[in-house]
Design a binder for this molecule. Sequence first.
Ligand code: G3P
Ligand code: CA
Length: 285
Amino acid sequence: ADDSGVQTHPDDLKTFKLIAHRGASGHAPEHTWAAYDKAREMGADYLELDLHMSADGEIIVIHDDSLDRTTNGEGRVQEHNLEQLKALDAGSWFNEKYPDRADETYVGAKLLTLDEVIGRYGKEVRYYIETKSPQRYPELQRELVETLDEAGLIESGSVVIQSFSQASLQEIRGLNADIPLVQLLWYSPREEGGLKEWNDTTPAPEDMTDADFKKIASYAIGVGPNVIYRGNEVIDQRFIEQAHNNGLIVHSYTINEPEQMQRLIGWGVDGMFTDFPDRLRAMVD
Ligand code: G3P
Ligand code: CA
């Protein structure tokens, strides 16, 4: 942060960034070694990690708060200890859901801890880490920042932290003002009842004022909006330009179709989350 307290942009984040959403999760079971290794091979700039916590306080890399979708277990992540979580198969579901992309090496893939992921890749990759359910895990922010700091990943500029929760980002900022933060935004059409998860006063994308963007720029370097809601685009080029004009970069999620990647690049987006890093790499290169 600079003297005024405004988050500054590390120079590195000014160039386009390819963020592998849950790893190369279009090709391999999300948040497993296979997905992360493939993302690296495919030239991702960042590996995306979603975090929850086990009953015994380990930071676990998994998207859902429940085990049901991506493992052979059931119930909440936080109701299981690390040993129980490590006994689960986090790969077979992918083969069943996507038989055309199935690979027998995915069977028996393990859930991973944050320590394991940063232990394996160190400073060779960068990490785009999302804090989920901070209300459910009040200690997550502090433990995360301590872990990253001890690994030297904050100093090396290897980390971005993202969240839908403004409170989580603010807490992280209070713990360490040198971590680039991205405010995630969820836009769905007004008639379907509400626009966001993160803040009761967030307006629709077309109603975002300079003041709304500036408020986010007071603690974050950028915004991460969804682009598609039920097949319809919910942000446009004007949204990206307005964010830029207010000092924010824009990393949009989750973009898997080449046509859409191309359009967003044309609009000047600063990076994208994708399940298919190979498709975006081919386009960017
Ligand atoms: O973090 C960007 C995007 O991943 C947010 O949505 O639900 O995939 O974590 P989700
Ligand atoms: Ca995420």
